[in-house]
Design a protein around this ligand. Structure first.
Ligand SMILES: [Zn+2]
Length: 120
């Protein structure tokens, strides 16, 4: 009679990390309006601003939406250095990216960040 008592809970426990991860990623895309943070093309992935192999984290402040071109193009070059060489570079966008990076948010449940608004 109570065999299924824990079934919904088990399901929830299983789904939550996946959902949380999806929402976490989604919240980053949303914040940047689904555009590449560098060139404003359609974002197709989240770029590690500081690459993982350079000890860049997967925290919110190191992940930024990017189009395929920017993401693969940037490679291991430091973001400032790479970005300033691009024809779509603007100081405003660079400041926005830096503001994003300076957010010391490590908790994936602490979205959305109402306090940080992208510069226009
Ligand atoms: Zn781009």
């Amino acid at each position: 009679m109570f065999h299924d008592e824990h079934a919904p809970l088990a399901l929830l426990v299983e789904l939550t990390p996946k959902l949380a991860k999806r929402r976490f990623r989604e919240s980053i895309y949303e914040f940047w309006d689904y555009k590449c943070a560098y060139c404003e093309d359609v974002a197709t992935s989240l770029d590690h601003i500081i690459p993982r192999f350079k000890s860049g984290s997967s925290n919110r402040n190191n992940l930024i939406p990017a189009c395929r071109r920017c993401n693969s193009n940037k490679g291991s070059i430091a973001v400032d250095e790479w970005y300033q060489q691009q024809e779509f570079f603007t100081q405003v966008k660079m400041e926005r990216i830096k503001a994003w990076m300076s957010q010391e948010v490590v908790d994936i449940f602490s979205y959305p960040l109402h306090e940080l608004k992208p510069a226009v």
